[in-house]
Design a binder for this molecule. Structure first.
Ligand SMILES: [Zn+2]
Ligand SMILES: [Zn+2]
Length: 194
């Protein structure tokens, strides 16, 4: 396993999508701010997500999504999350296959970043298809090659973001350094109180 390039793998896009904050379809955690105004034009989180991850799409791909496409993107995000939450290998396989059923893989060799590598989606596919296929294939590849236990949910209190564990000894428990240090401080304070 090449730990150096692992982080740039398409699985990171999948994790980002699963943890994306959604405006209308509801965030998955309890910290959603209900005072945010509803966008009458439809969900804006999805095209905003695509723009923030524009490097994953073929240059020139239209990154605007219809409200209907945004709902589909949310379903894909939920499926990624379901794979990470699954507690058994059999359940991981079921959830992965649900996700893969939405993918339209078309392997494509490119060196757009200087390195020869494969993309999973047809370069001319619409943004939603590129997103779904890249996420489904990237996630499946990591699970198949490195084990389903590599995906998890953050152990920090009040955070339920998912992560992919790229550590050498598979010891990760938090979604981010922020959550890890927050939990360390909380545990330290709890010990001092006791
Ligand atoms: Zn690429
Ligand atoms: Zn976290």
């Amino acid at each position: 396993m090449d730990y150096d390039t692992y982080g740039s793998n398409a699985v990171e896009l999948a994790i980002d999508l699963a943890n994306a904050e959604r405006d209308d379809t509801g965030r998955h955690d309890a910290e959603r701010d209900d005072t945010e105004p509803d966008d009458a034009a439809g969900p804006s989180w999805a095209p905003a997500f695509l723009r923030a991850h524009a490097e994953w799409f073929t240059p020139g791909t239209a990154l605007e999504l219809s409200p209907r496409d945004a709902v589909t993107a949310a379903e894909v995000a939920d499926l990624v999350r379901a794979v990470a939450l699954a507690g058994t290998r059999a359940e991981v396989i079921d959830r992965l296959n649900e996700l893969l059923a939405r993918a339209r893989p078309q392997p494509y060799a490119t060196d757009h970043d200087g390195e020869l590598h494969l993309h999973f989606a047809h370069p001319a596919a619409p943004a939603l298809e590129q997103l779904t296929t890249t996420v489904a294939m990237g996630l499946s590849q990591v699970v198949a090659q490195h084990g389903w236990q590599r995906l998890g949910v953050c152990s920090a209190e009040g955070c339920d973001d998912v992560y992919v564990d790229t550590s050498r000894n598979a010891s990760r428990r938090y979604c981010s350094n922020t959550c890890a240090s927050r939990s360390t401080v909380a545990a330290y304070r709890a010990r001092r109180k006791a």
